[in-house]
Design a protein around this ligand. Sequence first.
Ligand code: 13P
Ligand code: SF4
Length: 366
Amino acid sequence: MIETTGSTCPLDHYLAMPDTSLDERLAAAKGELGRRAVVLGHHYQRDEVVKFADYRGDSLKLSQLAASREGAEFIVFCGVHFMAESADILRRDGQRVILPDLSAGCSMADMADIGQVEDCWEALEGLGLADGLIPVTYMNSAAAIKAFCGQHGGTVCTSSNAGAAFRWALERGQRILFLPDQHLGRNTGYAVGIPLADMPVWDPFAPMGGNAADRYSTARVILWKGHCSVHMRFLPEHVDRARELYPGVRVIVHPECRWEVVQKADAVGSTEGIIREVVGASAGTAWAVGTEIHLVNRLAREHPDRFITSLDSSGCLCTTMYRISPQHLLWTLENLLEGRAVNVIRVDDQVRDWARVALDRMLSIQ
Ligand code: 13P
Ligand code: SF4
């Protein structure tokens, strides 16, 4: 029987091991666990970890995989906390989701707290705007916020299906409350034809979100004031500089980048979308990519017949994704072999039910 409490394989012991000594043990542990465990790896994970993933993907693909892995008893999620929570919401009965390092969070997801979201909703209700207001949350949010969206007729989206989610919501209501990334919200709203002036930002730390009431009554999208500190580092001048340095370069960026950067870029896409576009292009093409550095470096290494560089020469690292180390992965796998599931992510049942409603809506939107 698998226990879920304390470990006799102390983590400290693993953390002292050099990276180079782990490959054989990781391969052996994976081999021994076989189909009992599936390892999912987000594209931002480091190579030493992602090479042991059974599947790599963006948040949409990984959540679909989590929902479809019937055989596996354990879903070992090499990504960040909200992704593991989503996998727990979508998993089958009897499956367990493991996050190798519990401190692998997402600073953007932490920018929307459920209490603040409830206060915002109440304030908008007070303005008579709750009818026809559809909450849509980015996957990068806590389970409680996904549940809030499920309970209030809304949905979840990822960066690869945000446009479809916006169209879905606007067919059902007059306006969207988009959480928590103002940039993805603004870029998506603009792409579906909403002028910037119709997308005010709600600041959870300012009275009435920082705007006069009539800004909300005329809005089509109310954007939560959250952002990704990794993608915020890409600036419009980086696009100009890349074009000066590498004539003919194509600039492709993630939609968590600022609107000004997305407008200047040649293309925009989720992590999976960026990979698809660059890999699908012909040999000899040049690319400046505005997203996390591990994805960019891996693309460059795997496709040496193309020139692929980061849009910002200082490289942008997601430090929380980086927390998942090969040492943490080995620790979780060897614990499973000894009959213990460590770092299990378990979403509260009531939250899970409503969050599942929102995630199922997302998975059904085309
Ligand atoms: P994707 O949905 O594109 O994988 O992005 C997730 C993420 O956290 C980007 O910062
Ligand atoms: Fe969160 Fe940004 Fe890291 Fe993505 S890159 S996990 S949004 S902090």
